[in-house]
Design a protein around this ligand. Structure first.
Ligand code: COA
Length: 262
């Protein structure tokens, strides 16, 4: 079946629909898939559109070979610290993940940093290659955990591992991420996308109403209610905005950007 290209939003976000699966492809390889505000806006539009369309049953996120996402673009973080905090599109993206009714599947091959890791906590099925690396260096950047991760991660993997991931900023390899419950299955390099698509197609073929009910029950059953999650995201966003403007964060952003210019 021919793929239906639906994205007119942004060249770094390529959206396709095939057999009920909407693939949201983060495609900014030269910057390791660091996410700009415009990319978030395009993903928000895709999620919203996919939630509304009858021909979409499942959302699938994928990145580039070697880089799922290097997290929020640090140039944008710097600008946000000088402006009004996290851009609205970022917040809408976080809430879009938290409120999606259709299942979220992810294919991770390579780096998953910051939001590249925390968005996975919202996903129902995550497939990762052995070379994948999961890291949330929030504190090293003078920031605090976001995307509801301060609620989702401790409930998912226990306080100790969540603290190690979110506060110590330690990298989790794919096997560790699997044992922490971030990843469903580690599959061979080069087979991640196929594995994720196979699972997404299988979900897309399920009876629609049963899928929606089951997804909602499971998504809000073991980890957090949607209301808890939205309240925590709001709390984190407010604190994150303060941190973006802090001297600690601004020094960390300047250090990273100075390094990358060398
Ligand atoms: N924001 C903006 N630019 C980023 C970026 C980010 N989050 N991550 C990577 N880039 C850019 C680099 O500046 C570099 O740009 P340049 O080629 O114009 O200099 C390019 O992407 C490639 O990255 P580079 O650092 O050269 O690749 P690497 O393989 O050595 O390292 C990372 C990759 C992702 C480990 C490293 O770039 C990194 O630590 N990035 C920041 C991650 C981060 O802190 N994200 C925010 C989390 S809250």
């Amino acid at each position: 079946m021919a793929e239906d290209m639906t994205s007119e939003g942004h060249p770094n976000i390529v959206v396709t629909i095939d057999q009920g699966v909407q693939t949201i492809h983060m495609a900014r390889a030269d910057k390791k898939n660091a996410l700009t505000t415009a990319m978030y806006a395009a993903m928000v539009a895709a999620l919203k559109d996919g939630e509304a369309r009858d021909d979409v049953r499942v959302h699938l996120f994928k990145g580039e070979p070697g880089a799922f996402s290097a997290g929020n673009d640090i140039v944008d973080f710097l600008a946000a610290g000088e402006g009004n905090g996290l851009a609205r599109d970022v917040v809408h993206f976080l809430k879009g993940l938290a409120t999606a009714d259709k299942p979220l599947v992810a294919a991770v091959d390579g780096l998953a940093i910051g939001i590249g890791t925390t968005m996975l906590l919202h996903c129902d099925l995550v497939y990762a290659s052995p070379r994948s690396l999961f890291r949330t260096p929030f504190l090293d950047l003078g920031l605090v955990p976001e995307a509801g991760s301060s609620l989702l991660a401790p409930r998912l993997m226990g306080h100790a591992r969540a603290f190690e991931l979110l506060c110590l900023g330690e990298s989790f390899d794919a096997t560790r991420a699997e044992s922490a419950g971030i990843v469903n299955r580690v599959v061979a390099d080069g087979e991640v996308e196929a594995a994720a698509m196979k699972a997404a197609l299988s979900l897309a073929a399920k009876p629609r109403q049963a899928l929606a009910i089951a997804r909602r029950l499971v998504a809000t059953g073991g980890v957090a209610t949607r209301e808890d999650l939205m309240a925590r995201i709001d709390e984190e966003v407010a604190l994150f905005a303060e941190r973006l403007a802090s001297d600690e964060a601004r020094a960390a952003f300047a250090a990273f950007l100075g390094r990358s210019k060398k």
